[in-house]
Design a protein around this ligand. Sequence first.
Ligand code: SF4
Ligand code: MG
Length: 335
Amino acid sequence: TAPLLAVDRLKAYYKTQLFGVDREVRAVDDVSLKINRNEIYGLAGESSSGKSSLIKTIAGAIRPPFRVIEGSVRFNFKDGERDIYKLSPQELSAIRWSHLSYIMQGSMSVLNPVRRIKHAFADFALPHVRVKGGDFTRLVERHLKRVHLDPAVLQAYPHELSGGMRQRVTIALATVCSPEFIIADEPTTALDVIVQKGVLSMVREIQQELGSSVLFVTHDMAVHANLTDRLGIMYAGRLVEEGRTRDVFKKPLHPYTAHLISSLPRIGDEAPKKGLEGSPPSLADPPSGCRFHPRCPLAIDICHREAPQMVEILPGHRAACHVAQADPTRVEAVA
Ligand code: SF4
Ligand code: MG
């Protein structure tokens, strides 16, 4: 069956100026990926690896000076295919919430501090469901119970709720219209570990109940290990590895992924793990060849000159690494 989302050779750049000179920041640089129905796809990588830029581009939520240079983003919704960059603004807002819902980073700010929670539901979700006023209230109340919130929160102002409750409200908002595709950008980062666990199991519950697909973005590899079905790793605007989450953790095929996994704290560890040397490159002036080469312990000559392509090395498991493509066992030594 056709995937729900197909991103093909997507490039999206920002224009900035430095000392009066125009520069291009290649935040999303030739990314292709597919997301199936009924799965949670995780996107990992350091901050400024292009994760947020990629999902903004997928959601069609980009504004100048950020723009799509080439490539396509196609959804295969139940009522027909949509090419995000061929939709009019009206068509795009028609699929928001009902087909495609986006929980933004710091999304608690969608809640207006001087308006009660019930108004947020009325403003965002009511225009997108085919129900009358009273039925809508019942729908929202049922949905709040799904995220383990008392419908009494509808009367509350955002500041009267805890951070965890507010995050659950935004999840309820994003899912009340039963969207086929849900994008969540670091939704649990600001929450403490216990609350985070609750929110994550809720994401899984709702996903299973609605049969939706979720694109879940976080730099936190432990969250990916517990939540996602498949995992993509971004580095410097590129997707560098992708596979079933358990395969990626068991046998990473990119040295950067191996580093991310090995730096996860484990029970019994005494000293903190040694970090990766150097910092992520500037996307305005990325290194030649493989963008990871200045930091890569396995780099060889060709890595400086030629950008590796994403290649399926093991079944359903792709990576962009010259060394792994020649001998995948070499990468294990890094971890
Ligand atoms: Fe390292 Fe070369 Fe692989 Fe890049 S292509 S990750 S530099 S070994
Ligand atoms: Mg981000």
